[in-house]
Write a protein that binds this ligand. Structure first.
Ligand code: GLN
Length: 201
């Protein structure tokens, strides 16, 4: 699939493998991203679940925060799941940590409880056809506050757990741990849209 769009997974920490598999399944050309050179090769990015403080710290250490911010501002489509959603956020409740700050939300980390309180839930996600998305909630955040550009795509117990802002998609849960690929397909569609807007390079 030489001309499949190349979509990266930020690969410092977390469930990188599962996202690479989901991206391959929807027909993208998945690649691990750690460095600026890696970032330059991709037309879309997934920020996986894991530990957002670690992902943020390593992104800062690799000098990726500012270049990635610039790519997002220039229209790079991104899907962030769980810790990935936190990393994308403008603000996190509690102690400061390295954030990309491109998604206009304030998030509460570990909002659904501790590791032992992890659960799976079926979530209706606006814009995803074909029935509810099954998601794994593992020390999952929720969106405590969202800015005017942010559309809430899904709620669980009255809490926003999936949002969209332009070409950014973010979920509090892990779709990739339950065999769900429709959000990855959505990301691919956003990439294909932005690729054709830019024209062939
Ligand atoms: N609680 C983690 C964090 O704050 C996120 C958990 C996850 O990604 N499953 O980074």
């Amino acid at each position: 699939m030489a001309d499949a769009p190349r979509i990266g997974v930020l690969a410092y920490q977390g469930d990188v493998r599962e996202h690479l598999a989901a991206l391959a399944e929807v027909g993208a050309d998945p690649v691990e991203v750690r460095t600026l050179a890696d970032l330059e090769t991709v037309d879309g990015l997934v920020v996986p679940g894991g530990e957002s403080t670690v992902i943020g710290k390593l992104a800062a250490r690799y000098g990726l925060l500012e270049p990635l911010r610039e790519r997002v501002e220039a229209g790079l489509p991104v899907l962030g799941t769980c810790a990935g959603m936190i990393f994308l956020a403008r603000e996190v409740e509690g102690p400061p940590q390295d954030l990309l700050g491109v998604l206009d939300v304030r998030v509460r980390r570990n909002a659904f409880g501790r590791q032992v309180a992890s659960f799976e839930a079926e979530v209706d996600v606006k814009g995803v056809d074909g029935g509810p998305v099954s998601g794994a909630f593992i020390r999952a955040p929720w969106v405590a506050e969202a800015g005017p550009e942010v559309e809430v795509l899904a709620e669980l117990d009255g809490k926003a757990v999936a949002v969209r802002q332009g070409r950014l998609l973010a979920t509090a849960f892990h779709p990739e741990l339950t065999g769900e690929v429709r959000l990855h397909r959505w990301l691919l569609d956003l990439v294909l849209g932005s690729v054709s807007e830019r024209g062939p390079s």
